[in-house]
Design a protein around this ligand. Structure first.
Ligand code: FAD
Length: 384
């Protein structure tokens, strides 16, 4: 399959990110998880390698590579440190993507450049206390007052917010007393009226920064808007659709790492005088895991392949996200089972991979939401 989707440049990138991840991320992954520590040093090194802006145009400081390249990089990082992979993924797909897709020339020249180089970290605040799956219920309001917007509201669960130089967020745009719909705005760190909550204490993704963001009479320039005020809802749906491929890549990386750990362990552990992989029940678990991972890889790489050809990815990205995120829960559960009691202990990384997996079925659209999207797409075909 590699030959179908991965060209020479993809294989070179894969090797580079794999070597880097094993040398730099692996030795500190457990520590980052244990201490819930943001991976500052790793992000600096990833920036130095030019991996903070993989798919963005070179003229704005990006890597000029394709979406397949981003998928491969996220997959390789997630194999050893999910927290670091999430930080890069949220920064790239959600915190930078909207500048690349909808920014004007001056926004691209300033923000896209700084974000692509890693000089600035990006975040994306969509979810609110009463608007998660139901994002259309966004309550944050941005009221135009002369040449500025006055913003009030709250975002929850915003990845990277505590370390971001710029936060993109959605709000109802009110101009001349008229509600223009939901728009995408952005605010620089340190702006008066922007307040950050404390980091959330999470089950997994311990090194990734997640917190609430509050807008309290926050003033931003009327230029701090991405695209047209009334196009914001469509824009962020497009951003989320693309983001699903990268979260699927992250899920795929976890599946591969947990499977490999289980395979290796099954070859070392003996019981009743045999290697445990000589028991059919363990060998069949490994067969199922390997088969499902192969299917998952097809879905993820194919969705990226379509995106690189500007084809519709609504159904394919949702399928890739749904399948791989649910698979990550299954595979990490089986990987712990194959490790027996040792799988439940921290030193064996499968326990961490299990904790890092659950959110994959929730973030960037829950499994239920993915099924709604897929159903909508397949039912459309009945109309033809
Ligand atoms: C660690 C972490 C990081 C995150 N990072 C970000 C981020 O960077 N930016 C951001 O904006 N958000 C982020 N989120 C938020 C995440 O995207 C939301 O939690 C997710 O979209 C679900 O929204 P919710 O929590 O409000 O759940 P709800 O929407 O309240 O859903 C609750 C349950 O109801 C189900 N449900 C809801 N509507 C329907 C329906 N129509 N049909 C069937 N079932 C339905 C859901 O599937 C779910 O099972 C993050 C969350 C976490 C935990």
């Amino acid at each position: 399959m590699s030959k179908i989707y991965l060209k020479e440049e993809h294989l070179l990138l894969q090797k580079m990110v794999r070597d880097f991840s094993n040398q730099e991320l692996k030795p500190i992954a457990q520590e980052i998880d244990k201490k819930s520590q943001f991976p500052h040093e790793s992000i600096k090194k990833i920036s130095d390698l030019g991996l903070m802006g993989i798919p963005w145009p070179q003229e704005y400081g990006g890597g000029g590579m394709d979406n397949q390249s981003l998928v491969i990089a996220i997959e390789e990082m997630a194999k050893v440190c999910v927290s670091t992979a999430v930080t890069v993924m949220a920064h790239t797909s959600l915190g930078t993507g909207p500048f690349a897709a909808f920014g004007n020339e001056s926004q691209k020249n300033f923000y896209l450049r700084k974000l692509s180089s890693g000089e600035m970290i990006g975040a994306f605040g969509l979810t609110e206390p009463n608007a998660g799956s139901d994002a259309g219920n966004t309550q944050t309001k941005a009221i135009l007052d002369g040449d500025k917007y006055i913003v009030n509201g709250q975002k929850v669960f915003c990845t990277n917010a505590g370390y971001a130089g710029v936060i993109i967020f959605t709000a109802q745009i009110i101009e001349n007393g008229k509600n223009k719909g939901i728009g995408a705005l952005f605010v620089d760190a340190g702006t008066k009226g922007l307040k950050l909550g404390s980091p959330e204490n999470k089950m997994g993704w311990k090194g990734s920064d997640t917190r609430s963001v509050y807008f309290d009479q926050m003033e931003i320039s009327s230029d701090n808007i991405l695209g047209a005020p009334d196009k914001g809802f469509k824009q962020f749906l497009k951003t989320l659709t693309g983001g699903r491929i990268t979260i699927a890549a992250l899920s795929l990386g976890i599946c591969e790492a947990a499977y490999q750990a289980a395979l290796n362990y099954s070859n070392e552990r003996t019981a009743f005088g045999k290697k445990i992989n000589e028991f059919q029940s363990i060998a069949f678990k490994l067969s199922d895991m390997a088969t499902q991972i192969e299917a998952a890889r097809h879905l993820v790489y194919h969705a990226a392949w379509l995106k690189d050809r500007d084809e519709s990815i609504i159904k394919e990205a949702a399928m890739a996200k749904l399948f791989t995120s649910e698979l990550a829960m299954k595979i990490t559960t089986e990987a712990i089972q194959i490790h027996g009691g040792f799988g439940y202990i921290r030193e064996y990384n499968v326990e961490r991979f299990f904790r890092d997996s659950k959110i994959l079925e929730i973030g960037e659209g829950t499994s239920e939401v993915q099924r709604i999207i897929i159903a909508r797409e397949i039912l459309k075909s009945l109309n033809y």
